[in-house]
Design a protein around this ligand. Sequence first.
Ligand code: 26Q
Length: 803
Amino acid sequence: MTLTVKAFIKEFKSQFQSMYAYSYKEGSTEQLYNALGLYIKNYLSRNWKETKEDYVENSVKQVYYFSMEFLPGRQLESNAYNLGLLDTIKEGLNEMGMSLEELEEAEADPALGNGGLGRLASCFMDSLASLGVPGNGNGIRYQYGLFKQKFVDGYQVELPENWLRYRNVWETRNDKSTCMVKFGGNVWLEKNHLGYMEAKYENTLNVLAVPYDTPMVGYRNNVVNNLRLWSAEIPVEEEENYHTLEATEPIKEITQVLYPDDSNYEGRLLRLKQEYFMVSAGVQSILRHYKKYNLPRKNIPDKVAIHINDTHPALVIPEMMRILLDEEHLSWEQAWEITFKTCSYTNHTILREALEKWPIDMMKDLLPRIYMIIEEINQRFVDTTAPIYGDRITWQTAILQNGVVNMAHLAVIGSHSINGVAKLHTEILMEDVLKDFFELYPERFNNKTNGITQRRWMHLANPGLTRLLDEKIGEEWKKNPSELKVFKGFEQDEKTIKELAKVKFENKQRLADYIEELQGIKVNPKAIFDVQIKRLHAYKRQHLNMLHILYRYLDIKENPSKDFVPRVFIFGAKAAPSYMYAKQIIKVINSLAELINNDPDVGDKLKVVFFENYGVSLAEKIIPAADISEQISLASMEASGTSNMKLMANGALTLATLDGANIEIKDFVGEENMFIFGLSSKEVYELKAAGNYNSKGIYESNEKLRHTLDALTNDTIPGLNGEGYAVFDSLVNYNDEYFVLKDFESYIKAQEKVDALYRNTDEWTRKSLLNIASSAPFSADYTIKRYADDIWKVKQHSEQKDS
Ligand code: 26Q
């Protein structure tokens, strides 16, 4: 069934009229957007229903991806595109005197995640549906997403992100599938009249979990999977007990707001409530759905795979045990076998301060039955491990340690598969962070390098490049990304090189216009667009980037007649609200930008743009215009990175340390087509082990560096209130935790190579072409295929239905 422009126009008009009872000509942008969104949702609803029915009728195995975060981005264009409606809709809207771009801006960008981990979950949702893998997301419908970031005098200010204010056309509230989640109270075990042990509860806080389902549309394959987000409400039958607004607070707050920290774990009770709420509702709903299959409980692992996205949903393990023991009355051994075979876990970080460890007392009070089960899992683990491996290893790997529940240990012990997110990261897990577990269970460990969906990050974000690729290598690459390598054949084709350079230039021109409109900064589209977009964290070293900018600024001031290659430095980054140092770095960059952008001696040679409120929608605008991709974390610290993949696929050259997936970028595109600098992870480990790093020594002995660092504290940068000192102190006087000064010199050298290469436009573009052509292995479609084959053992179920 193909939709004609004429039919679309007719149906859209009637959709609008049925919603608002006046003509679309009177509609506001928001209303027109809502009508179009609902039109698309109606259009896909049949496939959504049929996909669901199909999975049940054929008793197919399904994956449930449990994640506290999802960052789907705007869905209007991407749904229309995957459904094959985009061109028809664009044309129809034009005929009615509207543009899709304009309506699109009315859509909220759901910021239900912090960064990489949440965006990865959403790329995976897109790939699951597009491959026809039966896969569902399970998460929280936060009423407020990640804070909106504003800069006031260069300081980050956080505002609430009320993304649901103007309704969300994509979601369907599903009152038929609610679950009850119990907190606190007293629990004891009692034999019931059938002779089974049963858990008895009193004085619990009962919370109703209401699911909101959002369609996850596959790319032109009629598959529509489901993303289920849970919202906490007062149970209907208990409404009468809640007399005041205040009394409802403890329930409503559970799904009110996303925790804005992505790297520093704080043991907040409310966060633990959120985790258990999502997990309990999710597991209950899965096991209820499984009953439709009419199969014995022991077959659950043949039909259900539950994936734990970092440790945040690791309570899936005791929760599943609880239901199988207390409600299904299985033996411990039976329940454990099912749970263990069903669950798998991905680790996303090696930062020690990010590892979740919940105080035992807190867990016991909030989740008494879950704690009892964790205790038994721990006891049985200790009893089987100690006799074979001895006390030391057993103690180091136990779940309960020094008054806390170690969530990573729980996740590892209860999962049949444990994976890292890039080759180096997985090695570090096996050799360092989870070394003892690797000795216990080597067969459980595996690597799954992250990936990105090319549909959103190339096809939609970069139409110019997509057209060029279609023209040169045909359209096959869109279904089959490995075809991108055919583009390598054009490496020496002058015409293609020129065309590619033109695409990039136009993208830069568009971004330059946007920057001027947004910030009033005029940037030269011929300059190198140098981009660092990611959460702000000392290990990601935005301050190393800043030091280079400062160095360059001083150089320009001191050598006015020197020939500089113009550069625009572009940042996008949110700092966790409680992360002081990250906020100070933002302030220093903003003040430095203010100085540079307004200095007439500098002109076009140097500009610094720090976008406010970086998120998925901004990323879609910035990435296609990037020349340089800054991936400069201290080697070993960045588990994978995913902006590195997006930027590469859009033809940016990577300037990087050998960390995370940068190593694999190097393997695919070749060292000569990127800029590598800095310590290797091995050198970082050695330097840490030696214990003799002396940042002050470097400061004192490197004249260039000293000159640059001194500018942080000698009033070179106006508007600072001690932030320059804070950065200076941490780097010079507190021994520079992330070895910024150690890598400074080689970073500057790499930056000089960037300038030199950019002078040769064709050579630069040739390398850009090779990057695009080598980016296929980072397609999330391949990543998901590997998860499906190796970990979840689910099959693609996408026989093409004709609708
Ligand atoms: C934990 C406890 C309490 C509150 C918050 C958290 C929390 C929330 C989010 C801890 C960590 C996160 C997010 C981590 C994250 O995004 N990690 C990134 O994951 C990407 C996808 O695998 C990788 O590419 C990045 O390298 C990694 O930093």
